[in-house]
Design a protein around this ligand. Sequence first.
Ligand code: GLY
Ligand code: MN
Ligand code: MN
Length: 432
Amino acid sequence: MSTTLFNLQRDHITHLAHAYADIMAHQGFDSLAIYSGHASVHFADDHTPTFQTYGHFMHWAGLADVQHSWLIIQPDERPQLYLYAPADFWHLPTRLPEEPWVTAFDVHLCSNKITPQLTGRAAIIGDIASLTLNTQQANSVDKQPTALINALDELRMFKTPYEIACLREANRLAMAGHQATQAAFIGASSELDIQLAYLAASRQRESAVPYQNIIGLNDHAGVLHYQHYDLNSPKQRFSLLVDAGRRYRGYCADITRTYAGPDAPAEFGELVTAMHGLKDELVKAVAPEVSFLELHEQMHHHLGKILVAHDLFKGTVEQAVAEGVTRAFCPHGLGHSLGLQVHDVAGLRHPDGTPSPAPESHPALRLTRTLRPGMVVTIEPGLYFINMLLAPLRNTSLPINWKLVDQLSPCGGIRIEDNVVVTESGFANLTP
Ligand code: GLY
Ligand code: MN
Ligand code: MN
C-alpha cells in the first residue's frame, strides 16, 4: 500500500468514526452491529454462489468477501471487528491485510459464528433474516431501522478522497482489460475468449468481478444485460460491446466500450464516434448543482441530434424526443451512483431519505439527485437497435429511416460508459 493511500485510508476511517458518531447520537443509538452477511448454499447442495459483503461493512473494512462476521460501532470507542476465522484445514486461514483500518480496530478472530453483545439502545443492520440472535444485554434492539440505514446510505453517496483513489485504481485496472478486449476483437475471438482476455489483463478471476461482464458481439450488443458468452466466433464481425468492471478494495469500476467491426456498415463506425462525442459532452456537463435528471434529458436531446445528423430520423430533434423516438433507441438511464456497489445506494432518495423516484417518462433512471461534490456517477449514453422497442414505431407515421435501421440492426447497439467524480469546481473523469 502506498504512503498516500495509507494516509487517505486512515483519514477515511476517522471520517467514518465521526460521521457514525453524529448519526447515532442524532438517532439515539448507543451501539450498532453491522453483519457482513454470508452466502447460502444452493438447494440440496453444499456449494455456495459467489458472495459480496454488505456495503456498510465494506465501507469500514474494504474486504468484499468477508462472511459470518460482525462490526460493532460504539461512539467514542474503537470499532470492534469479530472476524469469522474458523480453524479449518479445508481452506486457507483468514489473514488480515496490513492496512490502517486493521490497526484502528480491535480485531477478534472467531473460530465459531458468534452473536454480538450489544449494550444500551442498539441497532442491527445487514442480512440477518436467517440468524438466531441473542442480544439480551441490550435495553432495546432495532433491527434494520430505516432512518439509520438511510443516513448511512447518504453517507456513502459522498466519497472520501480514499474512496475516489480506490475507484480511480479500479478504473485503471479495468481499462487494461478493455484494451485486451479490443485486441481480441481484432483477432476475431469469440465472446468467451474476449471475456478470458479481459479477466487476464485486468488481473481477476471471474468470481471477483463486481457484476457479470457483458461481452456482446453483433446483435448481442443490443441486449442490454446480455448474459452469455458464445464459445465460437461469428462468421461476420459487425460490432463488439464490452461492459466490464473491476473491484479495488471493494470499490467498483463500471466501464463500457463499443467497437465497429470490419463487416459493419460505415454508418455504424460514425455512430460509435458520435456516441463517444456525446459521452464526452455529458461528462463535461457534470458539476455541482446540476440535476442528474436534467442531464439525462440533455442526453435525449443530443441523441435526437445524432439520429437526425446520421439520417436515422428525418424529422426534427424536438419531434424525436417528444414522440419517444430517442427512448426507443435508448431505454436506460444516463447513469447511476457508483461505489461499493455498482448501482450504489441512495440514488432515488432526497438527502433526508425520503423517496425521489424516477419520473414515469424515464422509469429506468437510477439517479434523480442534484449532483454535489464527492458524488461519483457513471455517464453511459446508449443507442441500440432493439426490435422489441422499435417494432411498435413501425406502424406509425414517424419519419424513421427504417431502411438504415435494418442495415444497422446486425450491429446491435452502442454504449460508452465512464466513471466521473463531481468536484468543487466541476468534474474529474476517473476512466483513463
Ligand atoms: N454494468 C451495469 C451498468 O452499466 O449499469
Ligand atoms: Mn456498465
Ligand atoms: Mn453503469
